[in-house]
Design a protein. Structure first.
Length: 199
């Protein structure tokens, strides 16, 4: 009887340790609305992210970092934004900034290239903007969430993917979001190893 009890105890402890290890690998995702980003839109992102990681926090809106405004083009520098955001969280967290305003970064020889998102790879911060998404597109919310997943994928360590239906494909200056169906098997497997709860 004592022998069976020890086996049972071993199984319970193994399952508990396995579950704890899985939770340990999951970073807390902090959602940070910037400027006048709408609360309703931020809440939708919160609900969506909870499906892949229950450890998610929605913060109140904050102003864009002062040094991020690029006056000549009336937009904000994404690289300056993520540099500032990464200093506002702990080591076990990753932060995603949400913007309705235009954002940009330096790309190759182009000093100020407009983008839909930017994230460290790997790293603790990313930012996305819906400014370049068609205003009257019925899929706008879905497209925006795909952008969030794409940039969070970069923070987890994923590069761009060559598979055209994968969420990690390179937009290459366009908007292929409706063609993206989900993470490909390879990208999905990588994210699962990082604790993402993907089906």
């Amino acid at each position: 009887m004592k022998y069976y009890f020890l086996i049972f105890l071993f199984i319970v402890l193994s399952c508990t340790n396995s579950k704890n290890e899985s939770n340990k690998s999951q970073k807390v995702i902090v959602i940070q609305p910037l400027g006048s980003f709408k609360t309703e839109q931020a809440t939708k992102v919160l609900v969506e992210i909870k499906a892949i990681n229950p450890n998610v926090v929605l913060r109140p809106n904050i102003s864009f970092p002062e040094n991020s405004y690029f006056k000549p083009r009336n937009r904000y520098r994404a690289d300056s934004i993520i540099k500032s955001l990464k200093n506002t969280i702990g080591k076990d967290s990753v932060i995603v900034g949400l913007s309705n305003s235009d954002i940009s970064t330096t790309k190759n020889e182009i000093k100020d290239w407009g983008v839909m998102g930017l994230g460290y790879r790997p790293g603790k911060a990313c930012v996305v903007s819906d400014f370049r998404l068609p205003a009257k597109n019925k899929n706008k919310n879905q497209q925006f969430y795909k952008l969030v997943l794409h940039e969070l994928g970069h923070t987890a360590g994923l590069p761009h993917c060559v598979i055209k239906t994968c969420l990690m494909r390179d937009a290459e200056g366009g908007n292929p979001l409706d063609e993206e169906k989900g993470f490909c098997n390879e990208c999905k497997s990588f994210l699962k190893s990082k604790g993402w709860q993907l089906i």
